[in-house]
Design a protein around this ligand. Structure first.
Ligand SMILES: Nc1ncnc2c1ncn2[C@@H]1O[C@H](COP(=O)(O)OP(=O)(O)OP(=O)(O)O)[C@@H](O)[C@H]1O
Length: 228
């Protein structure tokens, strides 16, 4: 039988912040394997290290000890240039600051993401249209971020990340600003995408209704993944 290669494998990952007597250990040996075509969540109290894990997987920060493998390749072996290539082409980020360009419309923001990821120009129009439809913002396509509510901006960030169809989407509380029916719709859309497009999604959430819809939920407690 062929072994399934994990998209992400974390091996004995530790993370310390600060130094000297102000040093805190946030992660105390995380071992985690996430397979393709899943939507999984990390949960845990505020400050338990959920965002820290997303930052490490996203190569925005490095573990103090241990290793993280993406499709079997250790991230610590990547040069700065390769790390940025990894982020640009393999990952989609839905983070709480949204990262939208203020002067660009909704459509232009999504198109910009496609350009940065190197998606061929001929595909931009249809991908932008599909992504905007999926998040229910067709009637806001020509608006700029400052003309949108927090939840609408969050949906633009979601549309931008999914339009690229990167193999791995990292999402920090992607439904935090959405009402429950929109959150349900977005999670259903994520589940459909990961099954049809060979994508995988790792998100953080505090929402029990969202957790119930997912393939797996891991609990972070005292710097470790709780095993039940
Ligand atoms: N750059 C940093 N320097 C020092 N401490 C940090 C840094 N980033 C995070 N921390 C600390 O690490 C701990 C974990 O933070 P993290 O943001 O990963 O938690 P979280 O589980 O995502 O929390 P929340 O649910 O509130 O978003 C917190 O105690 C935080 O204060």
């Amino acid at each position: 039988m062929e072994a399934i290669e994990a998209v992400i494998h974390m091996k004995e990952v530790e993370k310390f912040y600060g130094s000297g007597n102000r040093q805190v250990q946030v992660l105390k040996g995380i071992n985690l394997s996430i397979n393709e075509n899943q939507v999984i969540a990390l949960k845990g109290r505020s400050g338990s290290g959920k965002t820290t894990i997303l930052n490490l997987i996203g190569a925005l920060d490095r573990p103090t000890n241990g290793e993280i493998y993406f499709q079997g390749q250790p991230l610590s072996h990547l040069s700065e240039k390769q790390q940025s290539e990894y982020r640009r082409t393999k990952l989609g980020f839905i983070f709480q600051s949204h990262g939208l360009v203020p002067l660009m419309t909704v459509e232009e923001n999504i198109e910009f993401g496609l350009r940065v990821a190197g998606v061929p120009r001929g595909e931009w129009k249809i991908r932008v249209k599909d992504a905007i439809e999926l998040v229910g913002l067709t009637n806001r396509a020509k608006h700029r971020p400052f003309e949108l509510s927090g939840g609408e901006q969050q949906r633009v960030a979601i549309a931008r990340a999914i339009s690229v169809e990167a193999p791995l989407i990292l999402a920090d509380e992607p439904t935090a600003e959405l009402n429950s029916s929109m959150a349900f719709h977005i999670i259903q859309a994520f589940k459909g995408l990961v099954k049809t497009k060979n994508m995988t999604m790792i998100m953080t959430t505090h929402d029990p209704a969202v957790m119930e819809m997912l393939d797996k939920v891991y609990t972070l407690e005292d710097g470790r993944i709780e095993t039940i």
